[in-house]
Design a protein around this ligand. Structure first.
Ligand SMILES: Cc1ncc(COP(=O)(O)O)c(C=O)c1O
Length: 386
């Protein structure tokens, strides 16, 4: 292994949410923070070097989106996902959540219904509500320990006001990698009802074991022309604070509308350092990612082993993401009591399941992208008080 993920790097006093907002969020600045979805690992040396070199130039003037930047994204997806698109299908933007907000405003009207599937990353439904659109929640169902899409319920609830579906692919927080069959079932429903799909594929590279990611846009010609995909190296390479992502759309009419929104609102432009990090991650980060994934699988194994010692918490096996969705319903506590238990008794700061909408009651989300010793300490503290 060329990289070490065991090193503990102090993050206190760097103004990061995860550490420096602990007293505000948990009322205690000493909890082991396993909440915000970024990683406690140093990023690949190659990326640091490229950012540093760019920084040392000393002039950070207006920078256009250059050819190698597009190439880095296209080649990454062609090589790893067999997904081929051209530079003219790509628009760079300031993040996935800002892109979602753009799409909601540009492609739906006030009062339109937008499909989300809770429990899900909360900005999905918050963004819908903030723009006075209506959430059509097709809650995921947990069958035999595996989260599944309720296709029948979805078909029944779709109506002429349903215009858009926001797909979390892979899914945060339940860790599902949707299979080809599941995706095709969704695809056929969306096609039948002319629903535009926005596929958030930010977690697509964090695949555990041999799970595969199938980009939505590769499902069919129809999917390619009736969808918008959001991708970024931010989760994969731990550069989320740099706020750069890409919108990929292979339908020129849809893309023109996206570009027009950006121009109307004068949201173009990006930091040259962010662009460099993006390019560097996709061109030089693959070996680091390979090693990261093996480390994450090791961390997951630790969680699995510790959770086997108790019937109170059940790990929902993730296929992707570095987020473990813990079923704490056997603890027979309210969500308030669960939070108090983890913070006050175990000294661990997790994300509360209810934040992720309906179906999150009685669950907690644990971010295991941290050095193993930190994770083991947190697990030990939890198991001890259980
Ligand atoms: C599914 C999903 N989408 C988007 C984001 C955030 O993306 P961004 O920081 O680019 O807005 C996250 C972060 O946790 C996420 O889990």
């Amino acid at each position: 292994m060329a990289y070490s993920f065991d090193t503990i790097i102090p993050r206190e006093h760097t103004n990061c949410y995860k550490y420096d907002l602990r007293s505000k969020v948990f009322g205690d600045s000493s909890v082991i923070p396993l909440w915000v979805a970024d990683m406690d690992f140093k990023i690949a040396d190659e990326i640091i070097e490229d950012i540093t070199n760019a920084a040392q130039h000393g002039i950070y003037g207006y920078t256009y989106f250059y050819e190698e930047l597009y190439n880095s994204l296209m080649q990454w997806n062609a090589r790893r996902n067999n997904w081929h698109f051209s530079a003219s299908d790509v628009v760079f933007y300031h993040g996935i959540v800002p892109s979602l907000n753009l799409i909601i405003q540009e492609f739906t009207n006030v009062g339109d219904e937008i499909i989300v599937q809770t429990p899900v990353y909360f900005p999905f439904f918050e963004s819908v509500e903030k723009h006075s659109r209506v959430v059509l929640n097709n809650q995921l169902v947990l069958r035999d320990g595996v989260y599944q899409i309720d296709f029948d319920a979805l078909e029944r609830s779709i109506n002429p006001r349903t215009k858009l579906m926001i797909l979390c692919h892979p899914h945060n927080p339940v860790g599902r990698c949707w299979t080809h069959q599941e995706l095709m079932q969704l695809h056929d429903i969306c096609k039948k009802h002319s629903i535009l799909v926005v596929s958030d594929e930010i977690h697509a590279d964090i695949l555990l074991y041999n799970n595969k990611h199938i980009p939505w846009a590769t499902l069919s010609d129809y999917a390619r022309e009736n969808s918008i995909t959001l991708v970024a190296p931010s989760k994969t390479f731990n550069i989320a604070g740099l706020s750069i992502s890409a919108i990929v759309c292979q339908n020129p009419e849809i893309l023109t509308k996206i570009k027009s929104f950006i121009e109307r609102n004068q949201l173009h432009g990006m930091s040259p350092l962010n662009m460099k990090a993006f390019e560097s991650a996709y061109t030089k980060g693959e070996q680091w990612l390979f090693e990261l994934l093996r480390y994450l699988e090791g961390n997951l194994q630790c969680i699995r082993e510790v959770m086997q010692q108790t019937s109170k918490i059940h790990l929902i096996e993730p296929q992707a993401t570095y987020l473990a969705w813990l079923d704490c319903r056997n603890m027979n506590m309210t969500d308030e009591e669960l939070q108090t238990f983890f913070v006050r008794k175990a000294g661990v700061g997790l994300s509360r399941g209810i934040q992720f909408g309906r179906g999150g009651e009685g669950f907690m989300r644990l971010n295991y992208a941290c050095p193993r010793s930190v994770l083991l300490q947190a697990l030990h503290q939890i198991i001890k008080v259980l």
